[in-house]
Design a protein around this ligand. Structure first.
Ligand code: BGC
Length: 416
C-alpha cells in the first residue's frame, strides 16, 4: 500500500520545517543514500512548546492500563468551540512501547482539552476483550467519534463494525485496520520510518568502520500490525540492495510476534547464538525491542560494539543512545499526531468536510478491504547522539527526564 504526505493547517508549518530543517533527504521519501541523519532538524518543531502535560501526564498515567483519563470541555476558544459531542480514544497496550503512556495518552488528552472537547482516553492493556468492552461502553456513552489504535486488525475491524452500526465515525490512529471500515487514518509515514532505520544503521556501521557487517533483523509485530510490515519493508528497501551488492549480510530475520517485548530477548539470543555470537548491526523495530537486545548484548560484553536501531524516542531509547549502546531512534512527534487526530475528530463531529476545515488528507489504499481511506501521514525524524536535543526542543521530553542519572553523558552530547 502506498501513502502520501499530507498536513493539517497548523501541521503544515511543522512538517515543512522538518523538511527544510533536515538539510538532508530524511523525510522526503526520496532516500537513496545512507546519510539519513538530520542533525539540523532542531528547527522542526521549535514552535511547539511543550506542555507540562507531557511529563505530568506520562507519570500519572504510567500505571493506567485500562484506566480513564477525561479531558473536560470547559471554555475554549479553539477549533472545538461550540462542539457538543464526546470523543472516545482507545490505545492498545502499555508494554510494547512506552509511547502510549509517555506520549499518546497525555498528548491526546491535552489536544482535546485545549480544543474544549470532552474526550475519554483509555488503554486496553493488551487485551482484545478489554478493548471491545471499552469500545462498547464508549459507544453506550454516546461518543460521536471513536479514535482507535488497535491491538490487531481483526479485533479492530470488529469494533469498527459495532461503531458503524451505532452511527459513530471512526479514525484509525497510528495503526490502520486493513479490511476495516474506518474512513480516516492518522499516522506517520511508516515505510519512511523503516527506511530511516535502515539508512541510519548503514551510516552507523560505516562510522564505526565496520566492513562486511553482519546484521540481525528484529522486526516488530508483523503478524498483527501493518505498521510493523511497513517498517520492515522500508528497511529492506535499503538493506536488500546492499546485500545484493555484497556490502552487508542479513544473517537472520526474526519477528517479535504480537509486539510482545518479553519475547524480544529470547528471540534475539537464539538468532545471535545461531550465528556464533557474531553480529555487527541489529535492525530493531522500536526502542523497547532495542532495549531487550541491548540487555542480551551487555550480558555477552558486546554492548556498544554493535550498532542497534530503534524507534519512538522514549526515555530509555534516548538513554541507550547517550550511553553509546544504541545508534539511533526515530522521533515521531506524537504531539502532531494527537493534534491531527483531534482536529479531524472535531471536524467530523461538526459534520464538516475535513478539507473544508483546512485538513489536507491524501489517499491510503487498503488492499485487504479493497477501498481507499483518507489519511494524514506525518513525517518522522532520525535522532542520533548528535541531535537528541531536538526531542527536547520539540517539547516532547525535558532534558531532566532524559538525563536523569546520566547527566555527564547529556552534558557531553549538549542536551540541556
Ligand atoms: C507504532 C510504534 C510502536 C509499535 C509498538 C507501532 O504500531 O507505530 O510507534 O513502537 O507499534 O507498540
Amino acid at each position: 500500500m502506498r501513502k502520501a504526505t499530507i498536513s493539517i493547517s497548523a501541521l503544515v508549518a511543522a512538517a515543512t520545517l522538518v523538511l527544510t530543517g533536515c538539510g538532508s533527504d530524511a523525510g522526503t521519501g526520496n532516500t537513496t543514500s545512507a546519510a539519513a541523519n538530520s542533525p539540523a532538524a532542531g528547527a522542526t518543531t521549535a514552535s511547539e512548546t511543550a506542555t507540562g502535560e507531557t511529563s505530568t501526564g506520562a507519570e500519572s498515567s504510567a500505571s493506567s492500563a485500562g484506566s480513564e483519563t477525561s479531558a473536560s470541555s470547559a471554555g475554549s476558544e479553539s477549533s472545538g468551540a461550540g462542539v457538543t459531542g464526546k470523543v472516545g480514544v482507545i490505545l492498545p497496550d502499555t508494554t510494547s512501547s512506552t509511547r502510549y503512556t509517555l506520549y499518546d495518552a497525555p498528548l491526546l488528552t491535552a489536544a482535546f482539552k485545549d480544543a474544549g472537547v470532552e474526550a475519554d482516553v483509555q488503554n486496553a492493556g493488551g487485551s482484545t476483550a478489554k478493548y471491545t468492552t471499552i469500545a462498547q461502553s464508549m459507544i453506550g456513552a454516546g461518543v460521536k467519534v471513536l479514535i482507535m489504535d488497535s491491538i490487531d486488525p481483526t479485533s479492530g475491524a470488529a469494533v469498527e463494525a459495532m461503531a458503524k452500526k451505532a452511527g459513530i465515525q471512526v479514525i484509525d490512529y497510528d495503526r490502520v485496520n486493513l479490511g476495516g471500515s474506518a474512513d480516516y487514518y492518522v499516522s506517520f509515514d511508516n515505510e519512511l520510518v523503516g527506511k530511516l532505520q535502515g539508512q541510519t544503521l548503514v551510516t552507523c556501521l560505516a562510522d564505526a568502520k565496520i566492513t562486511d557487517p553482519q546484521i540481525i533483523e528484529m522486526d516488530g509485530g508483523t503478524d498483527v500490525d501493518n505498521n510493523a510490515v511497513l517498517f520492515k519493508s522500508g528497511a529492506q528497501s535499503v538493506l536488500k540492495p546492499l546485500q545484493d551488492q555484497g556490502k552487508l549480510k542479513i544473517v537472520s530475520d526474526s519477528v517479535v510476534k504480537g509486539w510482545n517485548v518479553n519475547e524480544a530477548a529470547p528471540t534475539f539470543t537464539q538468532a545471535l547464538t545461531a550465528n556464533g555470537n557474531k553480529v555487527d548491526g541489529v535492525l530493531a523495530a522500536n526502542d523497547d525491542i532495542a532495549n531487550a537486545v541491548i540487555g542480551v548484548l551487555k550480558a555477552k560484553g558486546l554492548a556498544g560494539k554493535v550498532q542497534v536501531t530503534g524507534q519512538d524516542s522514549g526515555v530509555v531509547g534516548l538513554q541507550n543512545i547517550l550511553n553509546g549502546n544504541q545508534c539511533m531512534t526515530v522521533f515521531k512527534n506524537v504531539k502532531l499526531e494527537a493534534e491531527a487526530a483531534s482536529k479531524l475528530a472535531i471536524a467530523l463531529i461538526k459534520g464538516e468536510d475535513p478539507a473544508a476545515a483546512g485538513i489536507k488528507v491524501a489517499s491510503f489504499d487498503d488492499p485487504k478491504g479493497k477501498r481507499t481511506m483518507k489519511a494524514v501521514l506525518l513525517t518522522p525524524q532520525v535522532i542520533t547522539i548528535k541531535n537528541v536535543q531536538d526531542v527536547v526542543t520539540a517539547g516532547a521530553l525535558t532534558a531532566a527526564q532524559i538525563c536523569k542519572g546520566i547527566e555527564a553523558k547529556c552534558t557531553a552530547a549538549g542536551v540541556k
